[in-house]
Design a protein around this ligand. Structure first.
Ligand code: ARG
Length: 465
């Protein structure tokens, strides 16, 4: 396989007589995926060149030619007619080689006081930072849609579940606001990760820093970082920012998957709580009655890619000694795919939730069945007849058994039947057996009462404003 006629690498081939084996080139090259970093790479190089001029390491005229040349490379890539080369390994060397072709000798001065190790760490940080911003924006859009759903249905009654068994009636708004809280935590995780990642590795050079009188504060500021990273070994070997992004994405993905799962259940023929709009469902080629929740199913499934990416990068990093190792090149595809998947899932969920039709009649009918107000009955016995809760639970249990035997629900039992279980039960108990009274009574902070839900909605609308 060895092709000895191939010339050695122009960027680092000084001591190499022959070029790499084709398979070596295939395993080594990252250009097929790291070309996505072109804008960050050029931005970083322009900041570096400007700093080299400001510190007198480069002449102003060289720096100017480099800066202009880099803009030309940028526009060539953006126009889609850039000849990416696998032999040039990665985005850094592709850009630099093209710069050399455009401006000649000054291009060779750009890499002064820099290494691909701090270059790639800087480029990737800039890219991940943009993705954290995008996640924050997308999560805010999703939360707004969920708050709007909650406001519309603050008093729609639905069954609340534990073990996916009817537990107690809750309100639609309450259920929606639960997800708002979850996605708000996700958003704050991205915000927090963004703050921590906002330090600049550029100027760490290969690992030890450099003897050139560079100004790392200048490049950090030019690239929108809060400060340069304080330790050059850490600067080139750290990928915590990517791990934190993936960890935040993983938790967020779990939330998206849980909501997707609810949509799949709720839209089934057995539930019919919700219907997806035509825009968000597909039909079956054989069964004309079908309206499938494909987007929800795919969100649920694709989330595995995000979780997998997190596991993959943790695995890459866990055995690496300081500082840079080539293993770290494996960070990018995982994060790219996880970010793409997350953004698509967030956008699809936002679209589905804003177009969702809620069948309030079905929700209420389901909430009213399955003895959902049994706890209300037990609470009534505690409150009105002074029974210990354990005894009230027992009495209610016997009434549930009776209703089950008769094939009816609790409010359908006669007063005599109620009294047969406990003489303290009176006509007044029927009021708490209705689902609306049940939810209205749950006024504890954060509870399901429509007033409480409206308070949550108002709080979030204030936070968005
Ligand atoms: N393509 C490489 C990466 O993504 C860039 C850094 C290469 N550094 C090196 N010393 N070979 O990690």
């Amino acid at each position: 396989m060895t092709d000895d006629t191939k010339s050695s690498n122009a960027m680092w081939g000084g001591r190499f007589a022959a070029g790499p084996d084709a398979i070596m080139e295939a395993i080594n090259a990252s250009i097929s995926f790291d070309k996505r970093l072109y804008a960050q790479d050029i931005r970083g190089s322009r900041a570096h060149a400007a700093m080299l001029a400001a510190t007198g390491i480069l002449t102003n005229s060289d720096a100017e030619v480099i800066g202009e040349g880099l803009l030309t490379v940028l526009s060539e890539i953006e126009a889609g007619d850039f000849p990416f080369s696998t032999a040039l390994e990665d985005i850094h060397m592709n850009v630099e080689a093209r710069l050399k072709a455009l401006i000649g000798e000054p291009a060779g001065r750009l890499h002064t006081a820099r290494s691909r190790n701090d270059q790639v760490a800087t480029d990737f940080r800039l890219w991940v930072r943009d993705q954290a911003d995008a996640a924050i924006t997308s999560l805010t859009a999703l939360m707004r849609v969920l708050v709007a759903q909650a406001e519309k249905g603050a008093d729609w009654v639905m069954p609340g579940f534990t073990h996916l068994q009817t537990a107690q009636p809750v309100t639609w708004g309450h259920h929606m606001m639960a997800y708002v809280e979850m996605f708000a935590r996700d958003r704050s995780r991205f915000e927090d990760a963004r703050k921590r990642m906002n330090e600049c590795p550029l100027g760490s050079a290969a690992l030890a820093g450099t003897g050139f009188p560079i100004d790392r504060h200048m490049t950090a500021a030019a690239l929108g970082f809060d400060r340069p990273m304080a330790n050059s070994l850490d600067g080139v070997s750290d990928r915590d920012f990517a791990l934190e992004f993936l960890s935040s994405a993983a938790i967020c993905s779990v939330h998206l998957s849980r909501l997707a799962e609810e949509l799949v259940i709720w839209s089934s023929a057995q539930f019919r709580f919700v219907a997806m709009s035509d825009k968000w469902s597909t039909g079956s080629s054989i069964m004309p009655q079908k309206r499938n929740p494909d987007a929800a199913e795919l969100i649920r499934a694709k989330i595995g890619r995000v979780l997998g990416a997190a596991v993959a990068l943790f695995t890459v990093m866990k055995g690496l000694p300081l500082a840079y190792s080539k293993d770290m090149q494996e960070d990018k595809e995982q994060v790219f795919d996880a970010a793409d998947t997350l953004m698509l899932a967030l956008a699809a969920m936002t679209g589905m939730m804003s177009d969702l039709t809620v069948n309030t009649g079905k929700l209420e009918a389901a909430a009213s069945s399955g003895f959902s107000t049994a706890t209300d009955l037990a609470d009534w016995l505690v409150r009105e007849a002074g029974l210990p809760f354990r005894d009230a639970h027992h009495v209610t249990g016997s009434l549930v058994a009776l209703a089950e035997k008769k094939g009816c629900d609790l409010p359908d039992l006669s007063l005599e039947e109620l009294k047969s279980a406990h003489p303290a039960l009176t006509e007044a108990v029927y009021s708490v057996l209705g689902v609306h009274n049940s939810v209205a009574s749950r006024q504890s902070y954060g509870g399901t009462a429509p007033d409480q839900v409206r308070a949550q909605v108002a709080r979030w609308k204030g936070l968005f404003a």
